[in-house]
Design a protein around this ligand. Structure first.
Ligand SMILES: NC(=O)c1ccc[n+]([C@@H]2O[C@H](COP(=O)([O-])OP(=O)(O)OC[C@H]3O[C@@H](n4cnc5c(N)ncnc54)[C@H](O)[C@@H]3O)[C@@H](O)[C@H]2O)c1
Length: 437
């Protein structure tokens, strides 16, 4: 793709539409509002706190990312979305139990005004959920058209110049690409026939893309990872990205695994288990939804360690991922990793990681960054899969002929080099010979 000649400045309001307004979505919106009220710092957000080095190390140029590329301002974000539960985002946030009472009180007025629209939902795709705030229609196509209508009305009501849609809804059952996903035409026909290969998340994505709106996928659902959506994204000049926010355990995995490979240390096994008690954990109790998450979590090691290139080190890895729903923990997940590595002469060693994390606190800044970067990509005319946003995803989408890059630091370099490229700055190669000439 050619470097964008010009990037349209972010004038006016940016609408943020979220299918799924549960723990992650409400923590994100509350956090943006608390930052706007100057009551919090946007910790964890690269777009808000990160800098980017330009030119040589001796040049001393390291602007903030948000000043280097023109990103939408937090003041200009307006929020909306859909959920199967009709409660306001204040009630949903209170129920999610992520935020302390003083934070909730500070955003009560703001969140109380955000009420989810009726959702496109079908229990066949998320077995352990049931709610009444659901759209009715003659066919899946009819429901997708209702979502398009919701988008148009939201845009008008809030006077948005642009909109980004980011899936923060539940994990759907495991699905593999089907022949109806192959072309935009076959997909549209399948929606009209209410074909089972069309999941609710796909209806939102189709509505967004065909309305010229960027779509990001925070869950491991198949959704836009199919040729039909990619064809539509090209046609409608829309940026898309996914899948599954890289927050806790996979973040750590994609930091540690590259270190082992860099030092040519071997790996016998990696056992990852989680205990969590939020609604996400409840949904993942269903084997269909768990399988979708498991696939998303398993990929990283294989792609980072490349066993076909290093058979002595990584040929036989026992990689297991478990998720256990344990209500007392709420959103405060515990991610345990037992890692069996081996060193010189094959001597075994072990590493144990116990990450007592907070799921939605880790996910919220990712939602913010993705919204702002997808809007940037859209204004820069970058369409289709945005691989430079792999940094944020557990299971990054790529062009069909490519394997995904999972190493967090390669992903970060790719992201920052993409920003430099967009702005016509030299890419940073880390060669550094010029300092010694
Ligand atoms: N928090 C993390 O660390 C993290 C990391 C990676 C991915 N995710 C994914 O992000 C998503 C959201 O997580 P969460 O903790 O907020 O879960 P949550 O259960 O609190 O919220 C999800 C919301 O989506 C709604 N929903 C489900 N299907 C819907 C549909 N078809 N249309 C509209 N709304 C729908 C549910 O009613 C629920 O309110 C999940 O898929 C989760 O797997 C979370």
């Amino acid at each position: 793709m050619e470097k964008p000649n010009s990037i349209t400045p972010p004038r006016g309001k940016l609408g943020v539409l979220l299918p799924g307004m549960g723990a992650v979505a409400t923590t994100f919106m509350a956090g943006v509002e608390l930052v706007r009220q100057k009551k919090a710092v946007p910790v964890g957000s690269l777009t808000q706190l990160g800098t980017i080095r330009l030119g040589k190390r001796t040049d001393g140029r390291s602007p903030k990312i948000k000043d280097f590329v023109k990103l939408a301002k937090l003041e200009d974000l307006v929020f909306g979305g859909w959920d199967i539960f009709p409660e306001s985002s204040y009630e949903a946030a209170a129920k999610a139990g992520v935020l302390d009472a003083h934070h909730l009180a500070a955003v009560k007025q703001f969140l109380s005004k955000i009420k989810p629209l009726p959702a496109a939902f079908d229990r066949e795709y998320v077995k352990l959920l049931d709610g009444k705030n659901v759209k009715k229609g003659k066919s899946k196509y009819d429901i997708a058209l209702q979502i398009k209508d919701d988008i148009a009305k939201f845009k008008k009501k809030h006077g948005c110049s642009r909109i980004v849609m980011l899936w923060c809804g539940s994990t759907e059952v495991f699905m593999t690409p089907h022949e109806v996903h192959q072309t935009a035409e076959s997909f549209e026909k399948a929606m009209k026939e209410s074909h089972p290969a069309v999941a609710p998340s796909m209806l939102y994505a189709w509505a967004a893309i065909t309305s010229g709106i960027a779509y990001g996928n925070g869950a491991p659902n198949l959704t836009v990872d199919i040729p039909a959506m990619q064809e539509l994204a090209q046609k409608h000049k829309v940026a898309i990205g996914g899948k599954d926010f890289k927050t806790g355990q996979t973040l750590i995995k994609t930091v540690l695994a590259p270190a082992f490979k860099a030092r040519m240390l071997g790996l016998n096994g990696w056992f990852s288990t989680n205990i969590l008690g939020n609604r996400d954990g409840e949904v993942l109790e269903d084997p269909g939804s768990f399988k979708t998450k498991e696939e998303s979590k398993l990929g990283a090691l294989e792609f980072i360690l490349q066993p076909h290139l290093y058979p002595e080190l990584y040929k036989k890895i026992h990689h297991k991922v478990r998720i256990n729903y344990y209500p007392p923990r709420g959103d405060n997940k515990e991610g345990w990793d037992n890692i069996d590595i081996f060193g010189w002469l094959g001597y075994p060693m072990q590493i144990k990681v116990d990450f007592l994390c907070r799921d939605s606190i880790l996910a919220a800044p990712i939602v913010l960054d993705l919204v702002l970067f997808l809007d940037l990509a859209q204004r820069a005319g970058m369409r289709g899969i945005q691989e430079w946003l792999s940094f944020y995803f557990k299971s990054p989408m790529t062009a069909p002929q490519l394997y995904p890059e999972h190493d967090l630091f390669i992903q970060l370099m790719k992201l920052k080099n993409t920003l430099r490229w967009m702005q016509g700055e030299d890419l940073i190669t880390h060669l550094g010979q010029e300092y010694y000439d």
